[in-house]
Design a protein around this ligand. Structure first.
Ligand code: BEZ
Length: 244
């Protein structure tokens, strides 16, 4: 009698956790994740399947922007529950045949993990059976240079990701680290940032009395300051200042 293997659900990784470790075969050779990426940011993302239209549009978009992520000290790593030869054939098709929204001859140079056993997909909570029990959802994990998960975004199978938002999240995380600030709704480089909350009654009073010209307070607990776009981007995009 055929017995279906029922895998107990793995715990979902959470923001602030160490990124689960794995070794994998990819279109760019073997990788040991996140160890090989120490000192750099990594975006680990999954897609449902090779040779599917939404995924093709996403890969072309991500590959076209790879240099922009590199400048922000960030490497891209893709994954789907397909084998290496399917990955290679699909990426060759993308390069040789697909022209989409002005993108053509697109070479995907970042690694695409083969995960037929779904081992990595399960470790990262990418298989969500209510959506599909064998295809990975569109997950995006932002992992910092110390191997810590800093943001997770999940999309269903039918919804292509917004790559401006993914880049915005990366830059916002790096800005928060670099300047010890938080970023408000819809923040983009050049917009005002949120300064840490007043930690004492004295600081709260000073803030409301507006003793620091750079800081604008909407109330004692909600204060912002301006950091120019160039200052943000210079701090983040300069390669020589990156952590190693
Ligand atoms: C797609 O990438 O087009 C796709 C993949 C799986 C389900 C639905 C759409």
């Amino acid at each position: 009698m055929d017995e279906k293997i029922v895998r107990p659900p793995s715990p979902m990784p959470r923001i602030g956790d160490k990124a689960p470790e794995f070794r994998a075969v990819t279109t760019q050779g073997d990788i040991h994740f996140p160890n090989d990426y120490r000192g750099r940011w990594a975006i680990l993302f999954s897609h449902p399947a090779d040779f599917t239209p939404v995924c093709t549009s996403e890969f072309m978009t991500f590959a076209s922007r790879e240099e922009q992520y590199r400048e922000a000290n960030c490497e891209l790593v893709g994954l789907s529950v397909d084998g290496l030869y399917s990955h290679i054939a699909w990426l060759r098709t993308i390069k040789e045949k697909i022209e989409y929204r002005g993108m053509k001859d697109v070479e995907v140079n970042f690694p695409l993990i083969e995960d037929i056993t779904m081992e990595v997909a399960h470790k990262y909570g990418m298989i969500q059976p209510g959506e599909d029990s064998t295809k990975a959802v569109r997950a995006v994990f932002f992992i910092d240079p110390h191997g810590i998960i800093r943001t997770i975004i999940y999309y269903p199978l039918s919804l292509g990701r917004n790559f401006d938002e993914i880049y915005r999240v990366l830059i916002a995380l790096q800005t928060a680290d670099k300047f010890s600030v938080a970023t408000p709704a819809d923040w983009n480089p050049g917009d005002e940032v949120i300064v840490p909350p007043a930690g004492s009654c004295g600081v709260a009073k000073d803030r409301m009395e507006n003793t620091d010209e750079d800081v604008h307070c909407y109330d004692w607990f909600f204060c912002t300051k301006k950091i120019g776009k160039e200052e943000v981007l210079d701090a983040i995009l300069k390669k020589e200042e990156h952590f190693h």
